[in-house]
Design a protein around this ligand. Structure first.
Ligand code: SF4
Length: 461
């Protein structure tokens, strides 16, 4: 045993399995003493930084400078692979995005390293099961469902749910051609002015579906959020949905009514009108007005998790969907209701999917970019990264004479926080705030956890 190696690893604060890893890296360096020295030093450095411990210091930096980051990073991968630590964060899925977005290679590499070194630490947020969970109905065996409709927002939870479903189907030998993705556009038809949705979401959803060979059908209420909010003595607009047979428009014949205000920040959907009018009812109308589901058994899967809120903690695993009845069997299934966030990232990583750009900007949720639930720090971050969008929402507040928050305007709320803008964040924000055309998959060994992971971003409850 090389006592010098052991002593220096100890000095670096590495003990137990980490010590073994460092020694192993040293031993496996093919006797090239000068190289091995740098290799294990870099390994020690990486192991420490991954755990949020301050860096080893000048020695590690020196090693990086002399040997070059690329060669030394190979050790990191080897260390982790050898130790079965593929759950640590590797180099450089996001690097590809940065390069494709015009960031010079070396700078993209530095940004990637920065992200890795600041990878969020997993936080365990156990949720005690409430006593008043809604009653579930028995779910059918997967084989018995004719259609699997995956409600796919583009966020991490719906992506994890989709991947879980595909894994289960593969295990049981059920063909994936029963699966389709549904996404509801809150701002209305594709190409509408973006008020609420992330501009990247539509393209991201299409890319994910395409990469898996699955169809993605979009649906929306005509005129989207703005038309519904500005409704004055008129009916709620019709719903349009895509289907294999083409685009269908239904509804729009309800009673006249006036809205004229933002949805309220509440778990009560009668005042938080955006969720029911722009998502839940849209899905229901698409389902009930599609002849292809008549006489069939349909599973509609949604990705809520109990950990997200006390309201979601009460949800049932499986319940009849509002379109269930004599015409069709329709079950709403929540397969990842009990999953902790760690499992969500775990399955995404194992498939090598790059999470939605919102997570790279630092948001812990994807949903609407300008969700009514956003907190002060998110408004402040958006004001720096997408000022035009924030101005648009502020103008809407002035126009309606009512603020989203009960007492404070968006500029007042954004002024209460001064977010840190990381070096790479503006580039990633450009990706998040524009139509998405980049790849969505990487080799899982090159997967990186985004800064928004494990972050408590307020969102629908
Ligand atoms: S994400 Fe927020 S703003 Fe968008 S529909 Fe849901 S609650 Fe409303």
């Amino acid at each position: 045993m090389n006592q010098k190696v052991r002593r220096r690893l100890l000095e670096a604060g590495l003990t137990g399995p980490e010590m073994d890893l460092g020694i192993d890296a040293h031993d496996r360096a093919d006797g090239r003493e000068s190289y091995s020295e740098f290799e294990w030093l870099r390994g020690a450095y990486m192991l420490r930084t991954l755990r949020g411990v301050p860096i080893l210091g000048e020695e590690a930096q020196l090693a990086v400078d002399r040997e070059g980051v690329e060669r030394l990073n190979a050790l990191h991968t080897r260390l982790l692979t050898h130790a079965g630590r593929m759950d640590a964060w590797h180099v450089p899925s996001i690097q590809e995005w940065l390069v494709q977005s015009g960031v010079p290679g070396q700078m993209a590499y530095q940004h990637t390293g920065y992200l890795i070194n600041r990878a969020p630490m997993e936080r365990n947020k156990p949720v005690p099961l409430p006593a008043d969970i809604r009653a579930s109905i028995p779910q059918l065996p997967l084989r018995e469902y004719d259609h699997f409709i995956v409600c796919f927002s583009g966020g991490k939870d719906s992506l994890a749910m989709l991947l879980w479903l595909l894994q289960e189907l593969r295990k049981e030998g059920i063909p994936w051609d029963r699966v389709e993705l549904w996404h509801h556009l809150v701002d209305g038809a594709p190409g509408s002015v973006s008020v609420m949705d992330w501009r990247s979401t539509e393209g991201y959803v299409r890319q994910v579906a395409g990469s898996l060979g699955l169809p993605a059908y979009f649906s929306w209420r005509e005129g989207g959020f703005i038309r519904e909010m500005n409704r004055q003595e008129e009916a709620t607009a019709p719903v349009t949905f895509e289907s294999p047979e083409g685009t269908v428009t239904v509804g729009g014949l309800g009673p006249a009514g006036t809205r004229g205000k933002f949805p309220q920040v509440s778990a009560d959907l009668s005042v938080r009108w955006c969720s029911p009018y722009l998502k839940i009812m849209v899905a229901g109308m698409a389902l009930t007005n599609s002849p292809r589901f008549r006489g069939k058994k349909v599973a509609l899967l949604t990705g809520e998790r109990r950990q997200e809120s006390s309201a979601r903690a009460r949800y049932a695993d499986c319940e009849p969907h509002r379109s269930d009845g004599n015409v069709r069997t329709a079950h709403q299934i929540r397969p990842i209701l009990d999953w902790p966030e760690r499992d969500v990232w775990g399955i995404i990583r194992s498939w090598g999917f790059i999470p939605h750009p919102a997570y790279w900007v630092g948001f812990g949720r994807c949903s609407c970019q300008t969700c009514i639930f956003l907190g002060d720090s998110e408004w402040a971050l958006l004001r720096k990264l997408d000022p035009d969008r924030v101005d648009m929402l502020s103008e809407l507040e002035r126009g309606t004479g009512l603020t989203i928050h009960r007492t404070q305007s968006i500029p007042e709320r954004a002024g209460r926080s001064s977010p840190e803008i990381l070096p790479h964040t503006r580039t990633l924000a450009r990706i998040a705030c524009n139509p998405y055309t980049l790849p969505v998959r990487v080799n899982p060994s090159g997967w990186v956890l985004p800064p928004g992971a494990y972050r408590d971003t307020p969102g629908p409850t």
